[in-house]
Design a protein around this ligand. Sequence first.
Ligand SMILES: C[S@@+](CC[C@H](N)C(=O)[O-])C[C@H]1O[C@@H](n2cnc3c(N)ncnc32)[C@H](O)[C@@H]1O
Length: 244
Amino acid sequence: MSTPQPESTLRRALKGSKVLVKRHLQDIAPRETLRARRDHVAVTGAVPELDGIESAMAPHMDRLKPFHTDYCDRIGHPVHAASLELTALVLLLCERLNVQKVVDLGSGFTSWALRDWAKGRDVTVHSVDDSPEWLEKTRSYLAEQDLADERLHVWPEFAAAGFEGAFDLVVHDLGFMDTRFEVLDTVVGLARPGGLVLLDDMHKPDFRDKALAHLEAAGLTAYSLKRITRDRLTRFAYALPIPV
Ligand SMILES: C[S@@+](CC[C@H](N)C(=O)[O-])C[C@H]1O[C@@H](n2cnc3c(N)ncnc32)[C@H](O)[C@@H]1O
């Protein structure tokens, strides 16, 4: 005879299954699958440095993996930390685009990875969070890893600090999804003409649809990077090239 489960455990298990089913249905949505296929080719017209980048991501992912595991175990959480795929792509784009000024919005693992990569290079990294608590966690983690903890900002001050058009590369992974949409225009404005914005967590249809419609209305085209950034949690990013 099976032991009766406490109700809370059952409810948690059911909730977990519902989340998994929802994620799967979102992941196989035909419109997004088609867009991913089409954009995989189209994006290299807008950002030629993305051509063939997938195979170059593997060594970066292998190198980053133990750090990512440690970060997720001790500091963040796999659901919140940027994926290995996205982080590897960010570093490769920094290399291929000769990035000199980069900002990661939504601090954490990406803040470490960018600063680690920037060591000994003429590259300036800024990291921003809307949560002062998470920014301090990032600061402690960077200090623990012997990395400079300068240029860490809380969002409202950073947004008002005159960084418009200052960055070659902007990684938008800031806060919860409502915040992410609210700050979208300001975030896009941080990239210089000819620069690039990466939008993470575009697997979330509500945010994706709203963000894409908003960008399109502003005359901007974002491209799905699902084919190269989809992770085991079904998360993926989009690329938004900023016209010259
Ligand atoms: C998607 S996370 C940003 C992740 C970051 N780019 C990284 O690579 O770790 C978005 C926001 O969640 C918050 N956050 C980060 N880690 C978290 C955690 N483990 N639990 C709850 N919130 C977290 C931070 O305020 C951050 O701005």
